[in-house]
Every structure is written in structure tokens, then in C-alpha cells.
Design a binder for this molecule. Structure first.
Ligand code: F0G
Length: 330
């Protein structure tokens, strides 16, 4: 097994988010940004890379909005095999790019979208001796479903609603599979409603059409033609859940709220769930007193540029006590 001891991430209560939205709700945050490479991708990558090595593969390939490439690069390094990653130009947060680079992956920046890159790497993996580690690789979702197992283990039950950001739509499908398996095994008595959120400029499932030029500041979910579209629709239907879109403005509001009120710094795509929480509470979509779990998919340090742009700027001061006191207003 090729592992970096991923998983076992904390499920943290979020009373301030409840206060800011609906105090009757019990809200918990599944903090997937605390995985070894800073995102939930590690749960799937440990399985995908272990199985690739088992099958004798010497190289892996993926397209990515950043986190998959960071995870693939790290686990390939751990396994002693090569990683080729393709990312869309100008649309990947700097932390993620630096991870792929330092782990020794071959990084190709493509002048196009994630969806175009995914189509290219899929064709390469069909014809050449490299293993595809995007979520089209079935072992990825098998690993990622453990997120749902852990939520039930930590909460002692399944939540009433599970809120999750949707990009390529693998993770919502994986969580639903995990919940169903635990339910079938009798470990969870209940099943949650799955509630997905896409960014308004990149909402193909919400709008039920391919988006050729997706746009959002939440670059992780800037995807116009999700690979697991069908599986995600099944998850939404079977769980009696739903999917909605949140604007970049709402995402940034959620991003700041989470960081400032709960002390948890997650990247913008993760905060589509916080934005969605606020929007759905306003729309009266949650039964009062319900238990909600939000998956926070990636760490805030992945994208320091957006953090600095979204917050009060640091202030420069001369190295003098009086000047510092004047600035602090003390
Ligand atoms: N949140 C983050 C931080 C992500 O990196 C992704 C996907 C998602 C949410 C959406 O998850 O694709 O399973 O629906 N990132 C992929 C990548 C596409 O290449 O890193 P999904």
C-alpha cells in the first residue's frame, strides 16, 4: 500500500456558522484540507497509486485543476514512479502548482480548459503504458467513499443533509456510495440527502448543459463537463437531494465567514458549501433541528493569492513603538 497516512480527518462542530445562519441546525465540518497534501484527493490517490503499482505501472497521468495533480505527484514520488500532470493555464492556485513541481512531476500547462486536458490525458492512457489517475479510474472513488464512513463513525449516525462542492462530480458520487454501503451493512440507520454546489459560472449539472468556457474564482471547480455527471445525478436522485449554484461573491463571503468565525482556512471551492448553506437556509430548505455535514475539500494555503485579495491587507509600519501603537489604536 502506498500511503501517506491520509484520512481520519477531524469532524469539527461549527456553532458560529449555525448562529450566523440558523441556530437550530447542528453543523459539522469534515475538514478534508487536513489530509497529507491538503485535499480529499489523497483518499482516492492512495488506492489508485497502490493499484497502479500492483499492476506493474511505472507512470501515472492526470488532468487537474490543481489538487489531483498535487496528490498524484506526492503519491507517485512515494511509490517511486513517474507522474505526468496537465493543468489549465492561468487557472491553478500557486500552492497546488508548487506541490506538483517539488514532488518531481512533469507538469504541462495547457492553453485550454480542464475539460480539454482531461480528454487528452484519457486518450494518452488508452494508448500508452501510463495509468490514468483521474476519477475515471474506479479505484479513486473507492478510496474517497471512506470520507462518508468516517462521518458516520465520528457522528455515530449519518447526517440529515450532506453538503459538498461539485466539480468533476467524483466526490459527491463517492460519498453517496460510502453512505449507501454503511447503510446496507447496518452501520448507519439513516441516509443523508446529498446537496451539491457548483460555482455559478461553472454549473453544468445545475443548468443541464455543457459549459464550454467555465468561469469562477474557485478554480478547483472550474469544470464545464464533469466526468462523473451521471453518477452525481444518481446520487442526487437516490438521496432525494438537490444541486444548486452559488456566485463567486457568495463563495468569498462564505470563505471569509469560515476563516473569521470558525478559525478554519479552506480554499474557495470548499467554501461553495458554506455559501450554499447560507443560501439554502434563506430559502428554507433544511428542516429545523437538522444535522448537517459540510465537506471542506482543500486547505486555504493552497491559494494564498485569493486569501490576500479577500481580506484586509497587511499594513507597513516603521520600527518605532509610537508608530506601531498609533496603527493599533491602543
Ligand atoms: N474541492 C476541491 C478543493 C477540489 O480540488 C475539487 C476537484 C472539488 C472540490 C470537486 O470535487 O471533482 O470530485 O466534484 N478538483 C479536481 C482536481 C478536479 O483536479 O483537483 P469533484
Amino acid at each position: 500500500m502506498v500511503t501517506l497516512h491520509e484520512g481520519n480527518t477531524p469532524l469539527i462542530p461549527a456553532p458560529r456558522l449555525a448562529e450566523a445562519t440558523d441556530p437550530s441546525l447542528r453543523i459539522f465540518l469534515k475538514c478534508e484540507g487536513f489530509n497529507p497534501t491538503g485535499s480529499f484527493k489523497d483518499r482516492g490517490m492512495t488506492v489508485a497509486i497502490s493499484k497502479a503499482v500492483e499492476a506493474g505501472s511505472r507512470a501515472v497521468i492526470c488532468a487537474s485543476t490543481g489538487n489531483t495533480s498535487a496528490s498524484a505527484a506526492a503519491y507517485a514520488a512515494r511509490a517511486g514512479i513517474r507522474a505526468f500532470v496537465m493543468v489549465p493555464k492561468g487557472a491553478v492556485a500557486i500552492g497546488k502548482l508548487s506541490q506538483a513541481a517539488i514532488h518531481g512531476a512533469t507538469v504541462l500547462v495547457v492553453d485550454g480548459t480542464f475539460d480539454q486536458a482531461l480528454s487528452i490525458v484519457t486518450q494518452i492512457a488508452e494508448r500508452h503504458p501510463v495509468t490514468l489517475v483521474n476519477s475515471l479510474n474506479p479505484f479513486r472513488l473507492e478510496g474517497q467513499k471512506t470520507g462518508a464512513f468516517e462521518v458516520v463513525d465520528q457522528l455515530g449516525r449519518a447526517p440529515d443533509y450532506h453538503l459538498i462542492p461539485v466539480g468533476n462530480a467524483g466526490n459527491i458520487s463517492a460519498y453517496w456510495r460510502g453512505y449507501r454501503e454503511y447503510h446496507r451493512a447496518g452501520i448507519a440507520k439513516e441516509l443523508p440527502k446529498m446537496v451539491g454546489f457548483q460555482a455559478a459560472g461553472a454549473a453544468p449539472i445545475v443548468e443541464d448543459r455543457v459549459i464550454l468556457e467555465p468561469k469562477t474564482l474557485a478554480t478547483a471547480i472550474r469544470i464545464g463537463n464533469p466526468a462523473s455527471w451521471g453518477l452525481a445525478k444518481e446520487a442526487l436522485q437516490d438521496s432525494q437531494g438537490w444541486i444548486d449554484a452559488v456566485t463567486d461573491e457568495e463563495i468569498v463571503r462564505g470563505y471569509r465567514l469560515l476563516a473569521r468565525e470558525e478559525g478554519i482556512f479552506m480554499e474557495p471551492a470548499s467554501c461553495a458549501t458554506v455559501a450554499g448553506l447560507a443560501k439554502m437556509v434563506k430559502a428554507g430548505r433544511f428542516e429545523p433541528g437538522s444535522t448537517l455535514v459540510l465537506t471542506l475539500t482543500g486547505h486555504g494555503l493552497k491559494d494564498p493569492d485569493t486569501a490576500l485579495e479577500s481580506a484586509t491587507r497587511p499594513v507597513s509600519v516603521p520600527a518605532r513603538l509610537d508608530a506601531v501603537l498609533a496603527q493599533l489604536g491602543l
